[in-house]
Design a protein around this ligand. Structure first.
Ligand code: G3P
Length: 235
């Protein structure tokens, strides 16, 4: 129990690191939550602080999710402070990752008003199911390219993840050998056991959470006032 609490707490604190808020303070002496969309996240850092800072913030936010889901769990397995939680590895990594996402959205370091959790959730899932996440990232990038809305791409990507896991389980399992090659490329768990149900259930939870954190974006999309991405330099 103590170990589980430690894993969740450390993950929450890592997720809470308010990357975009720190970048705004350091780069321009501003609180990014008062500019652009008002969101403390990578997309708004792109918008308000420029692409280099936006990219850096996004990458760090992704790393927060990977570290929580992979390194924090591994650390406490090798340095036990009590009994290691008796739940399966994927579920534990998902819990740690979710704790980091909650930290990112409700950051203890900035009045519990953080970002929308997309990059940190992506990091958590990259650390657990990298091949599926490559497909999700493809869907995200294509949606940004064609729609020019990062929020729409985030929502599509979040919904796509549990669907991809389910399709890989129910379609590719029928197809036989392909799953072996997919596993060769880095996903350490078998799609032939029950662990993928955890991914589908947590994936659905993440999708609902992302829909919830994007409720203002959805309202703006409906009213036609959502921010669009521009790939051209301003004159
Ligand atoms: O990852 C957040 C993105 O989907 C939307 O960000 O700043 O346009 O609300 P923003």
């Amino acid at each position: 129990m103590l170990t589980l609490l430690a894993i969740l707490t450390v993950s929450y604190i890592i997720g809470s690191i308010p990357t975009s808020i720190m970048a705004g303070k350091m780069m321009k002496g501003i609180d990014i939550r008062n500019f652009g969309s008002g969101n403390a996240g990578g997309t708004n850092a792109f918008r308000v602080l420029g692409w280099k800072t936006g990219l850096t913030v996004t990458l760090i936010d992704i790393v927060k999710g990977v570290v929580a889901a992979v390194s924090v769990v591994a650390f406490f397995r090798h340095h036990p402070i009590g009994a290691f939680p008796d739940i399966n590895e994927v579920a534990l990594r998902l819990l740690a990752g979710m704790s980091a996402v909650i930290g990112h959205v409700f950051t203890v370091f900035a009045g519990f008003k953080g970002g929308k959790g997309v990059s940190t959730a992506a990091g958590m899932l990259i650390g657990i199911a990298p091949v599926s996440m490559l497909m999700v990232i493809g869907i995200f990038l294509l949606t940004v390219w064609f729609s020019r809305y990062v929020s729409v791409a985030s929502i599509f990507a979040a919904v796509a993840f549990p669907l991809i896991i389910a399709i890989r389980k129910y379609v590719f399992e029928l197809g036989g050998g392909l799953d072996y090659y997919i596993r060769l490329f880095g996903e350490s768990f078998s799609f032939h056991d029950s662990l993928d149900y955890h991914l589908i259930i947590f994936g659905l939870l993440v999708a609902f959470a992302i829909l919830f954190t994007h409720r203002a974006n959805i309202r703006r999309l409906i009213s036609g006032t959502e921010n669009r991405v521009t790939f051209r330099k301003h004159a």
